[in-house]
Design a protein around this ligand. Sequence first.
Ligand code: OAD
Length: 242
Amino acid sequence: MTKRIIVLTGAGISAESGVSTFRDPDGVWAKYDYQQVATPEGFAANPTLVHEFYNARRGSLDAVEPNPAHIALAHLEKELSAHGGHLTLVTQNVDDLHERGGAKQVIHMHGELKKVRCDATSAPSCGAVFDWHDDLGGDAQCPACGATGSLRPHIVWFGEMPMHMDEIEVALSKADLFASIGTSGSVYPAAGYVHAARGLGIPCIELNLEPSENAAAFNDAHYGKAGDIVPLWVDELLSELD
Ligand code: OAD
């Protein structure tokens, strides 16, 4: 019986909610140069541009709602827990739609739009992380240490280490199923989890609109819109629980 499940989600799970994916033809990286808006070097060169990019994305979250795929995963989390199992929900997404869909524990490996961090390379900073719902500017003051201009989006940029890597590795080692949902499989280390899981003998399933870049590594797959296929998959899993 499958009771310890690790799910990795990507931008595709939020697409039907109206959040842009990254690599689809009308995706974020077709409109913006990631080197300018999603690297430490880009932030150092033009902090205003980077703040504007993340302010717009943070602000746009107010206009979107979780879809049936987010809600189904929250249901899976609750039911597995009630049956002595566990869902580890790891997301590359920086939106808050899993939480708003009801998920209690979400591991945001690429950070969160609604958080900021006191972390400056060329100014005093304390490392504190804060919930943040408004626009952020270069002149903001850290609520903890009072430093000015030290706050940045709590987002993992290209060239930076994703968050919670140890926790994810432990969850992977204990899982009896790995599922990847709505991700192109092109950004590591997340794209490598299927290989790590297969190496541990854990069955792997992909749920995506189309075969991802590493589709061949999965044992099984369901293709279609996340809002359609994820609830069906969750129902299937739950029907097997005692
Ligand atoms: P991508 O934009 O690379 O991939 C989105 C995937 O979702 C594609 O395989 C689409 O086919 C699929 N998709 C689109 N609509 C879907 C739907 N309705 N249902 C199911 N699948 C759908 O996004 P990610 O793989 O999440 O990192 O990108 C990974 C990382 O690259 C992001 O976290 C971000 C980005 O650069 C950083 O910014 C650090």
